[in-house]
Design a protein around this ligand. Structure first.
Ligand code: ATP
Length: 221
């Protein structure tokens, strides 16, 4: 069994998230991928955070069409600060021994992973899958492989080696980190919220059912 975990605020879920989910499933030949919306206190958010219940419903509306993608409400139910190691430990107790667990994240999040709670234990049990992204009006992330290589060897462990001809680092003990190069989709939740606030269409940014839900519930206005 090869399972992936993909956490985020999903405020709201958009086509960029869905593209990443499908690419990770296909390229890493995963059996399933769990989308895990986080519990974030509303006052911690820079502009507007929709209630957890609405964010969860929008994920449900976006999912039909790919039976490999699942919603997990584990962090919403747990409330409080969500540490990835706690979420990963909870999943590991449910998975069969020997299952491979992958953790999907953006490059920015990955370059901060050395500050995460118990990050070395985390890297021993999950394989990060790092995606780069491009946001309109922003510089594309420069040469992600070089940035990752410097970071991995200087901040994580000198044992990691980039595998020839592959977007993957490995240690002799079997730890692995993957870089997923994708054609960037210039969509973010911030962009969706801004467009809604400005009364503009979001049909090109979110699945139709999510757009209809945002309109019906008058979210992000
Ligand atoms: P916001 O604009 O509110 O910060 P977001 O669009 O970044 O939100 P999140 O729910 O915070 O969405 O993202 C969850 C994960 O999905 C992060 O690891 C993020 O890097 C990744 N992600 C989001 N949008 C894209 C995209 N268009 N391409 C690649 N990765 C993305």
């Amino acid at each position: 069994m090869r399972a992936g975990l993909f956490g985020g605020t999903f405020n709201p879920i958009h086509n960029g998230h869905l593209m990443v989910a499908r690419k990770v499933l296909d390229r890493l030949a995963l059996d399933r991928l769990h989308l895990i919306p986080c519990w974030t206190p509303p006052h911690k958010h820079p502009d507007y955070l929709a209630p957890a219940d609405d964010r969860v419903r929008m994920i449900r509306l976006a999912l039909p069409g790919d039976a490999r993608i699942h919603l997990s409400e584990i962090e919403i139910q747990r409330r409080g600060p969500s540490y990835t190691i706690d979420t990963v430990d909870a999943f590991r107790t449910r998975l069969a021994p020997g299952a491979d667990l992958f953790l999907v994240m953006g490059l920015d999040a990955f370059l901060d992973i050395h500050t995460w709670k118990d990050h070395q234990s985390l890297l021993a049990v999950v394989q990060p899958v790092v995606v780069t992204r491009e946001i309109a009006n922003a510089e594309p992330e420069a040469d992600p492989m070089t940035r990752m290589d410097d970071f991995i060897r200087n901040q994580l462990s000198a044992d990691y080696r980039l595998q020839d001809g592959e977007n993957r680092w490995r240690t002799p003990a079997g730890r692995a980190i993957h870089h997923l190069s994708t054609r960037p989709v210039a969509v973010s939740s911030t962009m969706v919220r801004r467009r809604v606030r400005e009364g503009k269409a979001i049909t090109d940014l979110v699945p139709p059912a999510v757009g209809a839900y945002i309109e019906r519930r008058e979210l992000y206005r």
